[in-house]
Write a protein that binds this ligand. Structure first.
Ligand code: GDP
Length: 436
């Protein structure tokens, strides 16, 4: 029974949290494998809204193993405050585990992130300034501090000093910042170590055990395919690999442990921050999608750029992740828009046409989505629980996507609530097998 990877198929914020939360009910373990606290998941449950930035969504299920994998970068302050918040909310945290090998976001990473964006000025990438990029940079430079280092004061102090030394010129503007004091930083982080000690573990064996027993393990990605540092719209990307393939390295399992790969996509497109967005609607329709879909970031509150569904980019996401199914979220947001449009190819300067996602940055920055129109629907779809409950035009919209992508739509979101979802046969089979 499957290792199931869930990744964002667009630019993030696709509504992964809700789907992972629902699948977590059947899973033995949910493992986050990359990113940091720039991911934001919102889960509405019994009328109560929970927001997570770091802890996997499955935590609301009592005792479920929820793992922050080695591929994640962890800001210990954020993790501790999430733990405290969940505990106050009466959530059982006994299943929470943090990989001892995960790298830490340190105070100097936050400052470097701010300084880096300020230096870029108008060319800024639009990072969330949470220190995630600088933390991954230190990991690659072999200057990273890992979760396990929190437990040894001597090692911690040495490593912090070594990591800060080459950064001195970049941190010159912050020399007086109290958060950069070596002694204080070491003390603080030792204290974080004490707080986190019950959760620190060698995490890959947790995944192996569950997989060996034939149990469902959900590997939870953050951000989205087009923000992948290798295959996304570089440099307007995040600082880790967001693709399904990264689940293996970021959680410590082999590729053969992955049976299913589901991509999550909204029924339209959004993007936060700078960078190319071929189907962007810089007009009233864009504003309408933003309002209807509440397209403002969970973590930052930033307004998201909105546009039509981009099937060129989604076909790319299918290939580069090896998607076996698509979860289509927020179909309800399109209710009342007639006609709808979806991009099936791009046009570029001098009449150029692109049926597949252009690899070249200069090309990508200048292409526009060429759309076809599809008829919309007016009926409230939030109570639909099977595809048959949907209006014919909504079914046709889904069928068009399936035909264009060559994979089945396995689940459809019809509203923000947990129950506002359609599981198709493919999804039911997986859930039933996991529950067996
Ligand atoms: P994530 O990071 O991919 O989980 O995405 P976010 O949490 O930033 O955004 C998901 C938001 O969309 C949350 O507020 C959800 O409640 C909401 N949401 C999820 N699925 C649906 C859906 O099918 N319809 C509507 N209207 N909202 C949804």
């Amino acid at each position: 029974m499957p290792g199931l990877v869930i990744v964002g198929a667009q630019w993030g914020d696709e509504g992964k949290g809700k789907v992972v939360d629902l699948l977590a009910e059947q899973a033995d373990a949910v493992i986050r494998f990359q990113g940091g606290n720039n991911a934001g998941h919102t889960i509405v449950r019994d009328g109560e809204t929970f927001k997570f930035h770091l802890i996997p969504s499955g935590i609301l299920h009592s005792g479920k193993q929820c793992v922050i994998g080695n591929g994640v970068v962890v800001d210990p302050r954020v993790l501790i405050s999430e733990i405290d918040g969940l505990r106050r909310g009466g959530v059982d945290l006994s299943g929470l585990r943090v990989s001892a090998n995960a790298h830490l976001i340190m105070p100097y990473h936050l400052l470097l992130d701010q300084a880096g964006e300020a230096r870029l000025g108008k060319r800024e990438i639009g990072t969330t300034k949470r220190g995630i990029g600088p933390a991954y940079a230190d990991k690659a430079s072999r200057l990273g501090i890992r979760v396990q280092d929190l437990l040894d004061e001597k090692i911690l102090r040495q490593k912090i000093a070594a990591a800060m030394e080459p950064k001195a010129p970049l941190l010159r503007d912050f020399v007086k910042d109290p958060s950069l004091d070596l002694h204080q930083m070491t003390e603080d982080h030792r204290a974080y170590g004490d707080r986190l000690a019950p959760y620190i573990a060698d995490t890959p064996p947790l995944a192996w055990e569950a997989l060996d027993k034939g149990r469902l393990v959900v590997f939870e990605g953050a951000q989205g395919t087009l923000l992948d540092i290798d295959h996304g719209t570089y440099p307007f990307v995040t600082s880790s690999n967001t693709l399904a393939g990264a689940a293996c390295a970021g959680a410590g399992v082999g590729p053969k442990s992955i049976d299913e790969v589901w991509g999550i996509a909204k029924a339209y497109s959004t993007r936060v921050g700078a960078g190319p967005f071929p189907t962007e609607l810089d007009d009233e329709m864009g504003a309408r999608l933003r309002e209807a879909g509440h397209e403002f970031g969970t973590t930052t509150g930033r307004a998201r750029r909105c546009g039509w569904l981009d099937l060129v980019a989604l076909r790319y996401a299918v290939r580069i992740n090896g998607l076996t199914g698509l979860v289509l979220t927020k179909l309800d947001v399109l209710t009342g828009i007639d006609p709808l449009a979806v991009a099936t190819e791009y046009s570029g300067p001098e009449g150029a046409r692109f049926a597949s996602f252009p690899y070249h940055q200069s090309v990508l920055h200048h292409v526009r989505g060429e759309t076809v129109e599809l008829p919309g629907w007016d009926e409230d779809i939030s109570r639909a629980r099977s595809l048959d409950d949907l209006p014919a035009n909504a079914r046709a919209y889904i069928a068009f996507i399936e035909e264009q992508l060559g994979i089945p739509v396995v689940t459809v979101g019809v509203g923000p609530g947990r129950e506002e979802i359609i599981w198709t046969n493919a999804a039911d089979e997986l859930r039933e097998a996991a529950a067996a």
